[in-house]
Design a protein around this ligand. Structure first.
Ligand code: GLN
Length: 483
């Protein structure tokens, strides 16, 4: 049986305390580095650690005059970064062999905003190769283990980002979510993960998987710290034409207002066959308690939900096949030796550089985009995507937020699904819809299984209504404290 080996870490917010000088950046960083020294060998969350740079930067922040530090919204906050985001001076592998040795010459906008706000970058975090996966078993640099049970997966693809927070290796991390990769590992590791609305956070400097679905967002030990970080990374960026110019609110304001009078939709389609009884009990119990706090709970229907997984795997693979064409051995990272012609060099580099799951997706994506099949698969998937988005628009005419389980089961065992891609794809059944629809959401811990494994509740919100999602999340978090 999986043993719960992790005490609750970073469940108390740290950002405001750092800003006020009540908490020391150096102390928090040392705690994170100690946890890395103690557990990273086994958990394998970090691929690289910027120890010296981080230590120097934390000391600098602690030495600042209070007025100066107070201006930095994330003064001294240690942050880990998923290895699909570029940081100048640090490697970026996307957990692929094909990017081994690649040093990006620029920093992703979301990371630059963290740095400008005073955050301390601790290092780069393991993930599934090119963010393709639901278990973090697809990394070329080894699987990540779930800190709550080391025989379990941490979820994916941002498994390193979730495991790092759960193991105390950083109070906050950045992840990315194309079909669930922030929310699903957050649920499996018992931390908070936020999916911002499409366009809310710049994708500049994110190594693209599926550009119409990819999002960058925070993972943290509590809702308030996640809200602080989202407020910093959100906003328009001239380097990303799809980033929104909508003003960024203060996400910490109104966080404690509670759910009284709020209309929460519960979609029948997310509570059907395949839902683990313990997950059901934890999520339904949480919804009942939100109702007791004054929320109006309404049954709703999202009728096209059953088409979401196939639609996602057509669109995501199509976009991936195009995005991954740039990795050819010429421009970045690894180049296969011993090729005699240019074409052979491309082929050998891609053959040796990409792992099995990435190849499977390039093949599938190329197929659904090919001349004879485009209309039958890709175009059809785009049409169904529209219907899925419309389901949500209809629902949000009647409710303020939607609550569902984040995942059908708690964290599964390492190896349990790795030979069965279809079973693995079903791990995303409750999360891919939000990416297809462009809406925002979050996963917040709402219980623990009898094996000591965390369970998450998913909260989905209207486009650009992260504030409501976070407010519901905060209410869920408070329920945990009083449980
Ligand atoms: N698990 C999904 C996939 O493998 C989602 C991944 C993600 O969100 N990056 O495509």
């Amino acid at each position: 049986m999986a043993k719960n080996t992790t005490q609750k870490l970073f469940t108390d917010p740290v950002v405001a305390g750092l800003r006020a000088g009540e908490r020391k950046a150096t102390v928090l960083l040392h705690e994170s580095l100690d946890a890395i020294d103690a557990r990273n060998k086994r958990v394998n969350a970090y691929l690289s650690v910027a120890r010296e740079h981080a230590t120097a930067r934390a000391a600098e922040i602690d030495a600042m005059a209070p007025a100066e530090r107070g201006k930095l919204r994330l003064a001294g906050l240690p942050c880990g970064i998923k290895d699909v985001l570029t940081v100048e001076g640090l490697p970026a592998t996307a957990s692929s062999r094909i990017l081994k040795g690649y040093q990006p010459p620029y920093t992703a906008t979301a990371v630059q905003k963290l740095i400008d706000a005073g955050a301390v970058i601790v290092g780069k975090l393991n993930c599934d190769e090119f963010a393709m996966g639901s278990s973090n078993e697809n990394s070329a640099y080894g699987v990540v283990r779930n800190p709550h049970g080391e025989d379990r997966v941490p979820g994916g693809s941002s498994g390193g980002s979730a495991a790092a927070v759960a193991a105390g290796m950083a109070p906050v991390t950045l992840g990315t979510d194309t079909g669930g990769s922030i929310r699903q590992p957050a649920a499996f590791c018992g931390v908070v993960g936020v999916l911002p609305t499409y366009g809310r956070v710049s994708r500049y400097g994110l190594i693209a998987f599926a550009s119409s679905l990819d999002r960058v967002g925070p993972l943290a030990g509590n809702v308030r710290d996640a809200a602080e970080v989202l407020g910093v990374i959100a906003g328009h960026d001239v380097m990303d034409a799809t980033s929104s110019t909508a003003p960024v609110p203060d996400y910490t304001e109104g966080l404690d207002k509670g759910v009284k009078g709020m209309r929460l939709g519960v979609p029948a389609e997310y509570f059907g066959e395949g839902l683990d009884p313990e997950v059901r009990e934890a999520v339904e119990g949480t919804i009942a308690r939100l109702k007791a706090e004054g929320a109006e709970v309404k049954p709703i229907s999202l009728p096209h939900t059953r088409y979401a997984v196939p639609t996602y795997y057509v669109i995501a693979t199509a976009e991936a096949s195009a995005n991954l064409a740039r990795f050819d051995g010429v421009r970045y990272g690894f180049r296969a030796p011993e090729a005699e012609t240019l074409a052979q060099m491309y082929r050998k580099t891609r053959d040796l550089g990409f792992g099995a799951e990435v190849k499977r997706r390039i093949l599938l994506g190329t197929y659904v985009l090919s001349a004879g099949y485009y209309d039958a698969y890709y175009k059809k998937a785009q049409q169904v995507r529209r219907l899925l988005a419309q389901d949500f628009l209809n629902a949000f005419a009647e409710v303020d937020a939607i609550v569902t389980p984040t995942t059908p089961t708690p964290a599964f065992k390492i190896g349990e699904k790795s030979d069965d891609p279809l079973a693995m794809y079903l791990a995303d059944i409750y999360t891919v819809t939000a990416n297809l629809a462009g809406i925002c959401g979050a996963s917040v811990p709402c219980g623990v299984s009898k094996d000591g494994l965390p369970i998450g509740i998913q909260i989905l919100g209207k486009h650009f209504d992260e504030a409501t999602v976070l407010r519901v999340g905060q209410a869920v978090e408070r329920l945990q404290e009083t449980a």
